[in-house]
Design a protein around this ligand. Sequence first.
Ligand code: ATP
Length: 378
Amino acid sequence: RPVSESTVESAALRAEDVTIRYGDVTAVDRLSLTVGRGEFTALLGPSGCGKTTFLRAIAGLNQLSAGSIAIAGRPMADGRLHVPPERRPLNMVFQSYAIWPHLSVRANVGYGVRGQGIRGRELKDRVDETLAAVGLLHYADRYGTELSGGQQQRVAVARALATRPFLMLYDEPLSNLDAGLREQVREQIVDLHHRFDTTTIYVTHDQAEALSMADRVVLMNAGRIEQESDPRSLYHRPESEFAARFVGQINALPATVAEVGEDFTDVALLDQPGRTLRLRGSRRPRTPGAAGQAVVRPEYFEVTTGGDASDDTRNVFVGEVTRAAFIGSRIQCVVATGAVDLAVEVSGVREIRQGDRVSVRVDPARIIWIDEQPSEER
Ligand code: ATP
């Protein structure tokens, strides 16, 4: 979604040209980001790309080296201005669910609310409502030590949300939980985001988490934004090889543009002399001779068994299944086609096994084209 002018004015967060250095290390490099009210934004990227540093700067826990941050239209950091964390309209949940073990769940969740000067009936109602929302109302009188890891993390989320912050920040909140629990708390965090009408910024290195939870994913690389998209566009229309690889598996076939037609482009595959692939759609390349990669995700292939050489036309590869890893819902295959081994994925109900001869076809409109990136600074 492009950010309109009115969104910028009423933006929940506006970061402009934010740079954060630690000595010689530039952790965040001239990063600009606008987050609309009510949006769930994931900051996704590999370890060390600067996501935590940036999130902590939004919270006021890190100083900016340059740039500015405004929340709800109010300047929070700009030049010498630095509003301290406790005076920013936000709350945060960290990876280590630091709830106070010597306090009851109720006291933990009520802590920040008391800090807002709320007492008595209103305090109790606020705590009860928030605990009910995370499904822990009947644990209100337990102590932190009497809870499982997942429950403790839900208390940490409730504690942060009980103050009804304008902005909720999460830093890898689920990484200490096991897979099943992670999915459960993931859904709950999204529910809470809607229920309390919050704006959420969520740091993760887990692509499934980012894609499944967020309205918009901000993919970071080396302190900068690599791509900012809704989850589906990021996955199906990545703009760089980095983005394509980070959010899923790919087959990247180096190629050059051979022919540009009315509604198609044929590209010549470098690893298979004489062979072309046809691309359609708005993102196809249009410069004859241009170099790049034709990128195909494993599940884009349509697989037919018993393929023979006569099937071997444009956009169809014939080969042998040299690996078929059945993982239940899907089968992850490698298809050896002679010149290249293709990663191909089919539904788990298919009867495809190692040794089968198959032909795999890819729809011309599905193929992602990524221009060769100039090797110098972007
Ligand atoms: P991770 O998921 O591993 O936490 P990240 O994307 O959150 O990674 P940051 O923790 O923000 O990355 O770190 C970005 C860069 O800044 C890294 O090169 C890191 O080593 C460096 N860095 C982070 N904190 C400090 C610090 N307090 N002092 C010096 N360098 C730091």
